[in-house]
Design a protein around this ligand. Structure first.
Ligand code: GUN
Length: 287
């Protein structure tokens, strides 16, 4: 079997068209959704991700501001910057690009972004709301993954999803989200014994570990859907996922490519969260 490639760019484009329409309507009502992105330091990958986020905002009509802070910025200065942004009524979403330099506590930073402007969905309150199934700002990559699975026409009800990776950004929240969609979820990680025996049980396999080409066809049962969240740059400069694309595509029914799979969806869900935040804050202000 040759898998159908899940074209994340195309799915993202169609969602962004809908978001652009929504922004247009909001603007007619005097609401301009606004996103502030804070970037500390010079990490080239982070600069590239932030550029992508800003370009996407422009394309759908969301106002955006980027604050570039020096690597040496202290934690106190960063917290102060976030507090200033929080006071701005034209900024509905605040995002601090991760990773942060080692002298800054990510935990402290993520807690100071108010939950109602937390368009990344990383604030403990929003994570807690996700865990207990309340409406919240969903973390962008997990939300994008679920949208891609739905795009294949698959009903998640009762499906066995195996998630490889237990990060706070992807593995844990995507498991919670899939559970809410009534999937049966198995989480695997670096200490899991006999990984292939578990991943072969998956109707849907989500891989988010950041280990280049870890998953091969021996991990995948024929007809499974494979979502590759990994973005790894090889020494040759080539960008690859956590999945050996060519061989897994021979057995899977659907597979996401890297690049062009999950990546474009992450940014799209950020745009959706910013619009959601703008609407919620406008509603709260008019009360
Ligand atoms: N670094 C890698 N992924 C993300 C993300 O989704 N949000 C933020 N803020 N930083 C990241």
């Amino acid at each position: 079997m040759t898998a159908t490639i899940i074209d994340g760019k195309a799915v993202a484009r169609s969602l962004r068209e809908k978001i652009a329409e929504e922004v247009k309507t909001l603007k007619q009502n005097g609401i301009v959704p606004g996103l502030a992105v804070v970037l500390v330091g010079q990490d080239p990958a982070s600069h590239s991700y932030v550029k992508g986020k800003i370009k996407a905002c422009e394309e759908v009509g969301i106002h955006s501001e980027v604050l570039y802070l020096a690597e040496e910025t202290s934690q106190a200065e960063l917290l102060q910057t976030i507090e200033q942004l929080n006071k701005k009524t034209n900024i509905h979403g605040i995002l601090v690009q991760l990773p942060l330099p080692p002298h800054i506590s990510e935990e402290a930073v993520l807690e100071v972004i108010p939950a109602e402007k937390d368009v990344d969905g990383f604030h403990p309150l929003n994570v807690g709301n996700l865990a207990i199934g309340r409406d919240t700002y969903l973390p962008c990559t997990p939300h994008g993954i679920v949208e891609l699975i739905k795009w294949t026409g698959t009903d998640l009800n009762g499906k066995h999803v195996v998630v490889v990776g237990r990060s706070n950004i992807v593995g844990k929240p995507v498991s919670l989200l899939l559970l809410q969609e009534n999937a049966t979820v198995t989480m695997c990680h670096s200490r899991t014994r006999d990984l292939p025996a578990l991943t072969r049980q998956a109707d849907i396999l989500v891989v988010a570990v950041g280990k280049p080409q870890l998953i091969g066809k021996e991990h995948v049962s024929p007809g499974a859907i494979v979502i590759d969240v990994g973005v790894n740059r090889l020494e040759s400069g080539k960008l690859v996922g956590d999945v050996r694309f060519d061989e897994v595509a021979e057995v899977a029914s659907y597979i996401t490519p890297v690049p062009g799979g999950v990546g474009p969806m992450t940014i799209t869900m950020l745009l959706a969260n910013t619009v959601k935040a703008a609407k919620a804050q406008a509603a709260a202000a008019s009360k």
